[in-house]
Structures are given as structure tokens and as C-alpha cells.
Design a binder for this molecule. Structure first.
Ligand code: 9WO
Length: 246
């Protein structure tokens, strides 16, 4: 997959994509991530990329021309079928289903806004979709772009090892994660659950699934409501609820 981020802070993108799972995927050529500044496309001597908002008010607005030129140059360099995405709090939510949809694309241009936003004419003519990572306003679209890239790249074939991939798949079942523990077995009288130390893999699998079901019931009932539970899951959740009731 090829990704180009249009940002006034390319170094922010370039630094993060060198690290961890993302860095490994880039190194292996499983994903190519470029970062380009609209300033490279500004035509005036001062390389202006922003200006004051019509109608007055605080802050500045990203100008159409340099950003449009950057988006057009980027999409021209990507495979046919690539998508132009703006990161904005007013976009469609980034869910695991949306991540899977994006992972099937040949490429993406991610437009990260700054200042008070981008000129609306840019969004109406040069953007296919606006995506939000949550209902809050940040200083710019770069961190949401990196969240999107991280989530998408993790789902690409071969990026995660078999075990990691299986773990991610289990999380992608629509349930919250189960609790994790490591050494020591006891710390300040807090013990690791015996089942995890016993070595019975089937018992461990059931315990983890029960914990994931129980946690989802307690913390994200909306996720649970959207999921059809099989017989085993129904039994385990009933056991969890019964234990909670004491
Ligand atoms: C800046 C500003 C300055 C003075 C008065 C009001 C203001 N509003 C903003 C503002 O909303 N800036 C945005 C910052 C412009 C577009 C890029 N920024 C952004 C993207 N903030 N939050 C996001 C975002 C993107 C995706 N998902 C969640 C949040």
C-alpha cells in the first residue's frame, strides 16, 4: 500500500513511521509512507499556505491553491483507485470495519489540516471522504493520520507475526481485550489468576474469552449489543454476570 500525507509538519510523520510495527512494515516494503508539505507548492516568494478567514474571527485558514496542488500531485503518483481522505472531527468514525475497508485500497492521500481548518472549496473538490478518530478538536490532523495509518498497516498481510495477528483477530471480534499479566506471580498481595499459571490451554482460552465478554458487558455494552454471541459465549457471559452478582 502507498500512503502520502499532506502536512505542514512532514517531520512529525517521518519520525513516527520509523518506529515499531509501522517502522518494520516500511522497512520490509509492506507499506510506503511519504510526507509532503503544501509549502512546496506555494507559488509566492514567502511560500504562503494560510490566510485570514473571510468573515473575520480568530485563527487562520489553509489556502486552497498550494494544498490543492499538493493533493493533485500526490494522487497522480498513486495507483488508480487510491482515495483522498481528510482527517476532521466532523468525519465518519474510524472503526475497525472502516480500517478493513481502507486496507483494501491500493493507496491513500491523507490531508492533515492545521490552523482553524482548510478552505471549504478544497474539501468539496479535492477530498473523497472525511474521517474522524473521535469527537474532539486537536491541533492538527497529523496525529489522526498516524492513528489511521497504524490501524490500517497492522491489518496488512505479513505485517504482524502469526501470534500477534491471532491476538489482533481476537480483539477484532468486536470484544474488548482480556486482562494481561506477566512476572512476578504475586505483587503487593495481588496474584496472577491461577488459570494463567496452570498451563491448561483450553481453560486459559475460555477464561480469556469470558473476561473479554465480561469486560465488554461492563464497559462497552454497545459493542456487545452489536454482536451475536454463540452458545459458548452466552454461557461464559452468564457465568461472568453470576460471579459479578456474587
Ligand atoms: C482551530 C482554531 C483556532 C481558533 C479558533 C477555533 C479553532 N478551531 C480550530 C480547529 O478546529 N482546528 C482544526 C485542527 C482544523 C483541522 C485540523 N485540526 C483537527 C483535526 N483538529 N481535530 C482534528 C481531528 C481529526 C480527526 N479526528 C478527530 C479530530
Amino acid at each position: 500500500m502507498q500512503v502520502t500525507v499532506i502536512t505542514l509538519f512532514p517531520e512529525l510523520i517521518r519520525s513516527v513511521i520509523q518506529i515499531g510495527v509501522l517502522g518494520r512494515a516500511v522497512e520490509r516494503g509492506q507499506v510506503q509512507v511519504e510526507a509532503v508539505s503544501p509549502r512546496e507548492f506555494a507559488s509566492d516568494a514567502r511560500r504562503t499556505v494560510d490566510d485570514r478567514p473571510f468573515g473575520g474571527g480568530p485563527g487562520m485558514v489553509m489556502k486552497v491553491e498550494p494544498t490543492r496542488s499538493a493533493v493533485r500531485a500526490a494522487i497522480a503518483d498513486l495507483p488508480v483507485g487510491s482515495r483522498r481522505i481528510y482527517l476532521g472531527a466532523d468525519g465518519v468514525p474510524l472503526t475497525q470495519a472502516k480500517v478493513a475497508e481502507l486496507a483494501a485500497l491500493p493507496g491513500m492521500v491523507l490531508l492533515a489540516g492545521r490552523y482553524e481548518g482548510v478552505d471549504e472549496r478544497l474539501l468539496s473538490t479535492e477530498v473523497d471522504e472525511t474521517i474522524s478518530i473521535g469527537d474532539y478538536v486537536l491541533s492538527g490532523g497529523e496525529l489522526p493520520a498516524l492513528v489511521l495509518i497504524d490501524a490500517v498497516v497492522r491489518t496488512l498481510p505479513g505485517v504482524l507475526g502469526d501470534e500477534e495477528s491471532a491476538l489482533q483477530d481476537s480483539f477484532m471480534t468486536g470484544l474488548l481485550d482480556w486482562p494481561h499479566y506477566t512476572r512476578p506471580e504475586e505483587l503487593d498481595a495481588l496474584k496472577v489468576p491461577d488459570v494463567l499459571i496452570g498451563g491448561n490451554h483450553e481453560a486459559i482460552r475460555r477464561w480469556r474469552l469470558k473476561q473479554a465478554l465480561g469486560r465488554t458487558w461492563l464497559r462497552r455494552p454497545d459493542l456487545l449489543a452489536a454482536k451475536t454471541l454463540n452458545a459458548e459465549e452466552q454461557t461464559l457471559l452468564a457465568e461472568f454476570k453470576s460471579e459479578q452478582a456474587g
